[in-house]
Design a protein around this ligand. Structure first.
Ligand SMILES: *Cc1c(COP(=O)(O)O)cnc(C)c1O
Length: 444
């Protein structure tokens, strides 16, 4: 076990008996959500008070455990900024969008986002243990009148049954680990009945907001559904407490590989040195940093945005400087539904037909000689090439390299270039598919 970090309890909780404090039901039912409540724990700034008194604000709810991690004397505390709203949350900014990832457009049935060829995102609840102010799904999350919707769930299961290309289901929301244990178990059972679903993943901040929810009983239940993976969401070293470390240890011992997805947030974790400490602390509790996300263009999150360059600077400060296991991928989730795009420093400096020039993290510039002879891989005799899974319309640049596709055309390309008169000269070349990805072969 890593060095335990003695966890804190805000002064007002000093007299709460341990068995209550460590009971996740007590924590959930004592969450704080009004200026009046929160002020009993930490003095509020003008900006925070104003935001908390605004009607129609994205839901506020904070577990006593998590609010206790705040240094009440520090108005810039990094935990505080993640969960207590400020007046800037009410500001609009250019490029702001309600559904910035175009998830709604990618939903074949409500609550199921099918964006990538072989995996889906399943939104199983709108509830969380506490609410992150920069939530990418604030348009649907937090609605107190809604939780697990059985009718939608049945539609999601039906879609998965009839869609054999889906081999990976990612449960998210909201937070799947706030579901009633029986419902979560039923949900996992139903997914496991579908033979083509190979892995199930859970995205959850419960271990961070409410580590006492990760009981041995819950871990034993989850372990029945292997292979099951889980990503937590830690943004700052102050969130890595003894309680979180113990919750992660229970999950790891139950055979659940743990990853971390964090969000790059101005004033919270936009520092190379802080990030280095964060990822090293995560690996000590056996959590593998998975993704570091650029903040989405979501309503209420404008004041959290950093330039993309900050993320590149952070990766520059991690790769080579610390264990490869500790280095996450920096991801820009492209607005408009473009999906997750990794962005990183350039290591390839130049190339010729026989060597490449690369640089390492120290700035050492070197060359790598390309082989003069390469017995080319032969797809005709390779059983993996022969049996590759089709990815209709989504094979992307791999499809171009594979030779199955010849080009990817921007929308409207053919119309733009069809300026008349050209047909009779380029009759044969004009047999391309009209839109999107062309096959390179005649379509008639
Ligand atoms: C993030 C996400 C996934 C999972 O992406 P990975 O890169 O495989 O972790 C799947 N579907 C949607 C819609 C997502 O946003």
């Amino acid at each position: 076990m890593p060095t335990p970090i003695v966890s804190k309890r805000a002064a007002i909780y000093a007299d709460v008996p341990d068995e209550k404090w460590n009971d996740w039901r007590w924590q959930l039912s004592h969450r704080l959500n009004t200026a009046e409540d929160i002020e009993k724990v930490i003095p509020l700034t003008e900006s925070e008070r104003k935001a908390l008194q605004t009607q129609g604000l994205f839901r506020v709810d904070i577990t006593p455990y998590f609010i206790s991690l705040i240094d009440s004397d520090d108005p810039n505390d990094p935990v505080r900024k993640q969960i207590i709203p400020v007046a800037e949350e009410l500001n609009a900014f250019t490029a702001m969008m309600e559904d910035s990832l175009a998830e709604d457009r990618h939903s074949p049935v409500p609550g199921l986002v099918h964006r990538y060829p072989d995996r889906v995102l399943m939104l199983v609840t709108t509830q969380c243990a506490s609410y992150c102010r920069y939530c990418t799904r604030s348009r649907i999350v937090g609605d107190p009148g809604q939780t697990f919707n059985r009718q939608e769930f049945e539609m999601q299961i039906e879609y998965l049954k009839r869609t054999p290309q889906v081999r990976d289901v990612l449960l998210s929301g909201g937070d799947p680990l706030v579901l009633a244990p029986k419902i979560l178990e039923e949900l996992l059972t139903r997914l496991r009945e579908i033979p083509h679903i190979e892995i199930v993943r859970i995205g959850s901040r419960v271990p961070v907001f409410l580590p006492m929810r990760v009981t041995q009983e819950l871990c034993d239940m989850l372990a029945k559904f292997h292979p099951l993976w889980l990503n937590i969401h830690v943004n700052h070293p102050n969130e890595i407490t003894r309680e979180l470390a113990e919750a992660c240890d229970r999950m790891t011992r139950a055979g659940i590989p743990l990853g971390n997805q964090s969000v790059l947030l101005a004033g919270v974790n936009d520092c190379v040195h802080l990030q280095r400490e964060l990822v090293q602390k995560l690996t000590r509790i056996r959590v593998r940093p998975y993704y570091l996300y650029q903040c989405d263009l979501v309503e209420g999150a404008g004041h959290f945005r950093t330039p993309v360059a900050k993320g590149i600077e952070i990766i520059e400060g991690l790769r080579g400087h610390t264990s490869g296991y500790a280095v996450p991928q920096f991801i820009v989730d492209a607005p408009g539904g473009g999906g997750k795009i990794p962005v990183m420093p350039n290591y390839l400096v130049s190339m010729s037909d026989h060597k490449i020039i690369v640089r390492n993290y120290e700035g050492f510039v070197t060359t790598y000689e390309e082989p003069t002879q390469y017995a080319m891989h032969d797809p005709k005799t390779c059983k993996f090439c022969q049996n590759k899974r089709p990815e209709p319309g989504q094979s992307g640049l791999t499809g171009l390299l594979d030779g199955d596709e010849m080009f990817i055309k921007p929308e409207g390309f053919d119309e733009l270039h069809d300026r008349g008169g050209i047909q009779h000269r380029l009759k044969d070349e004009n047999k391309w598919k009209p839109l999107g990805i062309g096959s390179g072969e005649s379509t008639d």
